[in-house]
Design a protein around this ligand. Structure first.
Ligand SMILES: *[C@@H]1O[C@H](CO)[C@@H](O)[C@H](O)[C@H]1NC(C)=O
Ligand SMILES: *[C@@H]1O[C@H](CO)[C@@H](O)[C@H](O)[C@H]1NC(C)=O
Ligand SMILES: *[C@@H]1O[C@H](CO)[C@@H](O)[C@H](O)[C@H]1NC(C)=O
Ligand SMILES: *[C@@H]1O[C@H](CO)[C@@H](O)[C@H](O)[C@H]1NC(C)=O
Ligand SMILES: *[C@@H]1O[C@H](CO)[C@@H](O)[C@H](O)[C@H]1NC(C)=O
Length: 380
């Protein structure tokens, strides 16, 4: 049974100027999204007391759930406030019928998909803008624990299964035409980046008919992902790293981040294929992640054999986080990542040259957008 919670439409604005020629008009939303009887873990690491202990946690040899702890799970049923926006092309066209739902990765908020330099200049880092120019509507949102969506408990609530349930629930709302102002789409494509891609893959595994096509960017079956992220960030406490943006009264020690823009560059960008101004602004707008997410990532389903729609993988060639610096050859038909979709009617892999993990922040981002949008036009 589907229950609609009260929600609030915040504002409509158009981004016609200075962001290019009458391309896109966006409507913000904030809505209570229900999750029902979702399994969560009782974290086996104690809540973080201070920075020294946090850094020692970054050294956790494995973030796999210990066997004895798998019995110690519980469930949660409630709703969470999720904030996002819906963006339509000014010039409506037939592609409006296909909606793309965009899920960002760790370290960003929804602006990963709609990034403009701080002076508002240029649309070359905005996938939303490129999609609108190609006639597509997009729906992007801030994941749980990412402001202005709800800042829930970073140990027991901001966990991968809860976030998967939220994406599933949000998709059902949209499919049933229950998100006010958002026309019921004929088809839905789910697009993810990194951790967001893991959630999209989880959706394809658990509710395969909810998606007509998926694009997974910044993902490869490299178990070093969390280790690399942990090493680069050394689990800096968000509330000490940026107390003004992440005050301890709202962000407990369970919210962690990397130390500075150098670490950001190391993790997300490949020299020299980026504009330093992009790095600067990405660091100013970075978002923390949670211990709960890292401890539960391995619980997401690893295969989606009942998903029959088309899949596009997009990798940044020099991605350090998921490919240890070289994605070429890692997404072959024999790789675990690709084989997970063995029921799919079409799988394509695209390695974008010269860029790191933060594909949308790298040089030639419009090149990769064009590729993704052409793929959608050709497969849906
Ligand atoms: C909740 O989920 C558990 C397993 O995760 C299941 O055993 C139980 O029956 C479910 N409860 C309800 C009310 O659906
Ligand atoms: C399971 O979780 C409960 C509640 O947090 C805790 O008291 C208990 O010690 C945990 N059991 C194990 C085996 O870790
Ligand atoms: C990446 O790996 C591929 C396949 O092993 C290899 O051919 C290529 O030279 C490597 N690229 C770099 C930049 O090391
Ligand atoms: C796909 O892989 C699953 C295991 O994940 C296997 O059970 C199934 O038979 C495979 N399906 C096809 C069509 O090969
Ligand atoms: C930019 O991206 C396009 C589309 O994927 C690609 O064909 C082109 O080679 C890229 N250009 C550079 C300079 O990397």
């Amino acid at each position: 049974m589907f229950v609609l919670w009260p929600f609030l439409l915040l504002a409509t604005y158009s981004a016609a100027l200075p962001r290019g020629l009458n391309a896109v008009s966006c409507t913000n939303f904030k809505i209570d999204v229900p999750v029902n009887n979702v399994s969560i873990i009782v974290p086996w690491l104690m809540p973080i007391e201070d920075q020294y202990q946090a850094t020692s946690y970054a050294d956790t040899p494995t973030f796999q759930l210990p066997l004895e702890q798998q019995k110690n799970m519980t469930t949660i049923s409630r709703s969470y406030s999720i904030a996002g926006k819906w963006c339509a092309p000014f010039q409506q066209s037939r592609e409006v019928a296909t909606l793309q739902i965009l899920t960002h990765g760790i370290g960003f908020d929804q602006s990963y998909w709609d990034f403009y330099l701080s002076d508002g200049d240029g649309s070359q880092y905005s996938y939303v803008h490129a999609a609108a120019q190609a006639g597509y509507t997009t729906l992007l949102y801030n994941r749980l624990g990412t402001c202005p969506s709800e800042i829930a408990d970073p140990y027991t609530e901001v966990q991968a299964n809860v976030e998967l349930a939220l994406l599933t629930s949000l998709t059902k709302l949209v499919r049933q035409g229950q998100l006010p102002g958002v026309p019921r789409p004929r088809k839905i494509v789910h697009v993810g980046h990194s951790y967001g891609s893991a959630l999209v893959a989880g959706l394809a595994a658990t509710t395969p008919t909810l998606s007509d096509g998926i694009i997974l960017t910044g993902i490869a079956a490299n178990s070093n992902y969390i280790k690399n992220l942990a090493a680069i960030s050394a689990f800096n406490l968000a509330n000490e790293n940026e107390p003004d943006r992440f005050p301890p009264s709202i962000y407990s020690n369970g919210f962690i981040t990397w130390p500075n823009k150098q670490a950001n560059q190391f993790a997300f960008l490949h020299y020299p294929a980026f504009d330093p101004a992009v790095l600067e602004y990405a660091e100013l707008t970075k978002q923390p992640y949670t211990l709960g997410q890292l401890l539960t990532l391995s619980l997401l389903p690893q295969t989606a054999p009942n998903y029959h729609g088309p899949v596009l993988f997009v990798a940044g060639e020099r991605d350090k986080l998921v490919c240890d610096g070289n994605c070429t050859g890692l997404l072959g038909s024999d790789s675990i990542t690709v084989k997970a979709f063995n029921g799919s009617r079409s799988i394509e892999v695209y390695v974008h040259p010269g860029v790191g993990h933060g594909i949308n922040m790298g040089q030639n981002a419009t090149g990769v957008y064009g590729m993704m949008l052409d793929w959608i036009a050709g497969h849906l």
